[in-house]
Each structure stands twice: as C-alpha cells, then as structure tokens.
Design a protein around this ligand. Structure first.
Ligand SMILES: Nc1nc2c(ncn2[C@@H]2O[C@H](COP(=O)(O)OP(=O)(O)OP(=O)(O)O)[C@@H](O)[C@H]2O)c(=O)[nH]1
Ligand SMILES: [Zn+2]
Length: 183
C-alpha cells in the first residue's frame, strides 16, 4: 500500500509501518473471532413482579468502518424489559456486548441491530432497544469533510416498537449530548 502511494518505505520511521499497520488492524478487529453472545450467558433472576425497564447509557466504543477501515466511535444506549419471571444480566455485560460487536469491521446500522437481536435471542424480554450516536472519521476527516457531523441510529424490538410510551420513556433517558468524538 505504501509503495502504491509512493510513500518511502525505507525511511527509519516507515520501515516497520506495514507490520505496525497490520497489528493495529488486528487489534481493532480482534472481536471478529469471538462470539459476543457469550456475555449474556450468566444470568440472575429478575424481580418477580414488574421488573421495569433496564437502561445503560453512555457506553463508549470504537470500531473500524467496513468501507474504509477508518475509525468510527461513539456511544450507545441499550435497554430491555425482562418478561415476568425472566432472567436479567449483569449491567457490565451490556457494555461488553456493545464493545465486542464494535470490535470488527462494522457499520453502524448493523451494530445496533446485532445488539438488540443478541438481547432478544439470549434473554426472555418483552422488548429491547439501542440508540447509537457516532462520528465517522471517513465522513468527518476526508471525503465529505463533514466535520462535526454524526450519525444517530435507533433499533427497537417488541414493546419499544409497539408501545409509543415505552419508546418515549427510553428515548427520554438517552442523553442527546453524549458524544465524545467530534472529529
Ligand atoms: N450507512 C452507513 N454508511 C457508512 C458507514 N460508515 C461509512 N459509511 C459510508 O459508506 C460509504 C461508502 O461509499 P463509497 O461511495 O463507496 O465510498 P467513497 O467513494 O469513499 O465515498 P465518500 O466517503 O463520499 O468519499 C460512504 O458514503 C461512507 O460515508 C456506516 O456505518 N453506515
Ligand atoms: Zn468509512
């Protein structure tokens, strides 16, 4: 790639760049060989009646854009409502789930979809939801040079899809200012 670009490969700073680049790509996509669903294997009993809505907000992640292999990063808010008598997971597992699905060549739409489907598949819920706000360096720093622009996606299943009040409660709990990366 460096040779194609006419970038000197023999410079002392560059001589090991191919190896560094591959190591960096491998590190940033290390989750591609792992199954994020495993984080939802350990469960606990939910409260027997009215388990309520469980929300974790501000989960930071970094990923690699599948089109350009450039970083994109942001925050996710994840929610679910356990079915009566169902099992819940430890709070940290929702954060791990987000970060693990992000640790592969990824697009934002798929990340949100994979998160809600994993929760829906592994836990007995009456709904799951995910809002992601992210900056994509391929749009912010090159190409369109849309500095400061960011992408917001929502994925909702079950009650979050069917019941506007459930959806509104969730969205009211996801801060709109929660974006650390603003390239
Ligand atoms: N929908 C979606 N698009 C993304 C995501 N990440 C990057 N992209 C877009 O993927 C598209 C790739 O389109 P191409 O036209 O093949 O790439 P390009 O010629 O580099 O386009 P520009 O980025 O417009 O210069 C670009 O529009 C990116 O902005 C993502 O997570 N979701
Ligand atoms: Zn891109």
């Amino acid at each position: 790639m460096l040779a194609c670009l006419g970038i000197a490969c023999e410079d002392e700073h560059t001589i090991r760049t191919p190896e560094r680049f591959v190591r960096a790509m491998a590190e940033m996509t290390a989750g591609r060989h792992r199954d994020p669903h495993r984080f939802l294997d350990v469960t606990f009993p939910a409260e027997p009646t009215d388990p309520g809505m469980i929300v974790v907000t501000g989960v930071r992640f970094v990923s690699l854009c599948q089109h350009h292999l450039l970083p994109w990063a942001g925050t996710a808010s994840v929610a679910y409502i356990p079915a009566p008598g169902a099992r819940i997971v430890g709070l940290s597992k929702l954060a791990r789930l987000v970060k693990e699905f992000a640790a592969r060549p990824q697009i934002q739409e798929r990340l949100g979809q994979q998160i809600v489907h994993a929760i829906d598949t592994k836990l007995s819920t009456i709904g799951a939801a995910c809002v992601i706000r992210a900056s994509h360096s391929c749009m912010n720093l090159r190409g369109a040079h849309a500095q400061g622009a960011h992408m917001v996606t929502t994925h909702v299943l079950g009650a979050f899809h069917d019941d506007p009040t459930v959806r509104a409660e969730f969205l009211s709990l996801t801060p709109t200012t929660q974006l650390d990366h603003n390239w």
